[in-house]
Design a protein around this ligand. Structure first.
Ligand code: F6R
Length: 633
């Protein structure tokens, strides 16, 4: 939530080593373009130049800020900060947009997170004579920082006044925050702080960067530094100094960003969402890559938990939110089936408030694309405090949840920019399956040959996803014809149930249509009352093959809704002719073992939601009210 960028470059013309140098505004705006998926209620920038701060900010998307900048250009500068907002305190107006100014307009501050004690601080500042012009908690933090800076700078050394003021301000702030500040007195400096909110440093040559994540500076450098909790970083063109909130020196961990900047571009697709749906064969293939040997033995080197301890695990709790939680629900079926370990899936934000039973033999598996979801982070922390072992399945290198877990299994889906998740979902299921198979291998629940066969089936999945993508014309036609629908229901059973819920979530998020996913067997216990003439109902039908197939039962469920007037749209396995008689539309997916079917059946539902939303003229990459990476509780 909220995208943050900071930049400092050197004034000697050798910036970036290419002799061209960078304008702070160019770097900051490029970063904001890439980070806009984190929030798009408003955007703003500030640059430091000629002993003063100049700032522009505008409500609405970044394009509004760009229009403002072309009407009121900013001067050349080598230091700048920028912000794209997902509103928490105060509506999305120009005055609530960041940066917020303090110290008589000489200090600018941007912020991601929530300052929980802002009301108390505001009262104190108002009594001291401060007036506020916005409704935000950020302006309170800016005023506090400005006041502290003013008294420190009057006392002495200007060079250290801003980092020191940030330390003192942070000692007074409660809640979650990333703060970036610049001051007119210190043109080549950006000072930042983080507590429970993301911030990474990008290392350049004669220039340095800050970003909410690496996409904020990926066009300029691949060298990044992770910061720990409660740390302050001061960047100049040639230095990066890290301390804790009390000024004690601290170290960050440098890593190489292996994302390709081009991977964060649309590659000729009209939207990131379409590109990311088409990235899915690769996302699954990359997540499988290098994780097993020719004999089918899984070699998950990243899982640095003693195998003997993993053998003792007697309960798994999967923690996640939204789409990631649906991936967890899919994984539960496979993990329980393969490992025979009781597995619960819990929404992270509910977990720690119910006094869960967690101990040293509990394995917590968190699923998070961003690795920054605050609800999931807090749940993982809680579980660790109770002595559980924690494994993160995550798509974002160096993010907080993996850093705070005992082990991490990265999904290699590449950057997911569209706010609604697609390729991360398939990659999460793939990674969770690898983890399940690894546990089964360790604990001897499966013969090596069986694991090898499942891995071979998984390896065939990318081509099958590609087949669905190559034949998506029919589902797109249907989507366009249904753009006036007011409500769509989705039914599934077994692993098809979370797929149905994910299909419904995609439609809600992208097309703003009421949609619900149900377990098909639950229909007769109530939801069937919703069925009336013409009600569209998607049904995810399991394969008719295999001994325990629920196929016949789901076909009965289709008949039940059809008898009551529903328009049935069926996702079925190739060759399943039995469903034709009961379906107005059938979309076939390639044959695959039942547990792997979610990796295929989800794809037509994603395409449907994306195409329908596009037909309605909506922005599928940045749906209203949403933000990627939900860093507030
Ligand atoms: C839905 C979606 C969200 C996220 C959820 C968790 O399309 O994207 O529901 O899945 O906010 O986010 P991560 O996986 O980053 O923890």
């Amino acid at each position: 939530m909220c995208g943050i960028v900071g930049y400092v470059g050197r004034a000697d013309g050798v910036i970036g080593g290419n002799g061209t140098g960078h304008q702070a505004l160019d770097v900051v705006l490029e970063g904001l373009r890439r980070l806009e998926y984190r929030g798009y209620d408003s955007a703003g920038v500030a640059v430091v130049t000629a002993g003063r701060i100049e700032s522009r900010k505008k409500s609405g998307k970044l394009t509004n800020l760009l229009a403002e900048l072309s009407e009121n250009p900013l001067p050349d500068a080598l230091t700048g900060i920028g912000h794209t907002r997902w509103a928490t305190h105060g509506g999305p107006t120009d005055s609530n947009a960041h940066p917020h100014l303090a110290d008589g307009g000489r200090l600018a501050l941007i912020h991601n997170g929530i300052i929980e004690n802002f009301a108390e601080l505001k009262t104190e500042l108002v009594s001291a004579g401060h007036t506020f012009i916005s409704d935000t908690d950020t302006e309170v933090a800016a005023a506090l920082l400005g006041n502290i800076y003013r008294s420190l700078s009057e006392e002495g050394d200007l060079d250290v006044a801003l980092p020191r003021a940030m330390q003192l301000a942070c000692q007074r702030l409660e809640g979650a925050f990333t703060l970036l500040a610049v001051h007119a007195d210190q043109p080549g400096v950006v000072v930042a702080a983080r507590r429970n909110s993301p911030l990474v440093v990008g290392l350049g040559d004669g220039e340095n960067f800050l970003g909410s994540d690496v996409s904020g500076f990926i066009d300029y450098t691949r060298r990044a530094v992770e910061l720990g909790q409660d740390q302050i970083v001061t960047i100049t063109p040639d230095t990066v100094d890290i301390t804790d909130f009390h000024g004690a020196p601290a170290e960050g961990k440098e890593y190489h960003v292996d994302w390709d900047a081009a991977a964060a571009k649309k590659d000729g697709y009209p939207s990131f969402m379409e590109k990311e749906i088409h990235d899915q064969p690769d996302a699954v293939a990359q997540t499988l890559l290098g994780r097993s040997d020719l004999e089918g033995r899984l070699t998950l080197d990243e899982i640095r938990i003693d195998p003997e301890e993993l053998k003792e695990v007697n309960k798994i709790i999967v923690l996640a939110c939204g789409t990631s939680a649906y991936a967890g629900q899919v994984a539960k079926y496979a993990i329980e089936h393969w490992c025979r370990i009781p597995t619960e899936v819990e929404l992270s934000h509910e977990f720690r408030y119910r006094d869960p039973i967690v101990d040293a033999n509990t394995l917590i598996v968190s699923l998070s694309q961003s690795g920054e979801t605050m609800d999931t982070l807090m749940a993982v922390r809680y579980a660790r405090e109770q002595g559980a072992k924690t494994v993160a399945i995550c798509n974002t290198n160096g993010s907080t949840i993996p850093r705070e877990s005992d082990a991490v299994l990265y999904t290699h889906a590449g950057p997911e920019i569209a706010v609604a998740s697609t390729k991360a979902f398939l990659a999460q299921i793939t990674a969770a399956y690898l983890l399940g198979l690894y546990l089964a291998q360790l604990r001897g629940n499966k013969f090596q040959g069986e694991i090898k066969d499942i891995l071979a089936d998984l390896a065939k999945t990318p081509d099958k996803i590609q087949q669905i993508l190559d034949n998506s014309g029919q589902i797109k036609d249907l989507a366009r014809s249904m753009s006036e629908s007011r409500s769509v229901l989705f039914l599934g059973r077994h692993v098809g149930f979370p797929v149905a819920m994910e299909g419904a979530l995609k439609l809600k998020e992208l097309a703003y249509i009421h949609a619900e996913g149900f377990a098909a067997g639950e229909l007769k216990h109530g939801p069937i009352a919703l069925i009336e003439e013409g009600q569209p109902v998607f049904v995810v039908v399991p394969s008719p093959r295999g001994r325990n197939s629920l196929h016949a039962k789901v076909v009965s469920n289709i008949q039940e809704v059809r008898a009551r007037g529903a328009k049935t749209i069926v996702i079925a396995e190739e060759g399943d002719e039995a469903v034709r008689a009961y379906a107005e539309h059938v979309f076939y997916i390639p044959e695959t073992p039942p547990l792997l079917a979610p990796l295929l059946a989800t794809v037509p539902l994603q395409i449907f939601a994306c195409e329908l939303a596009t037909a309605k003229g909506y922005d599928v990459d940045q749906p209203r009210n949403l933000a990627k990476s939900v860093t507030v509780e």
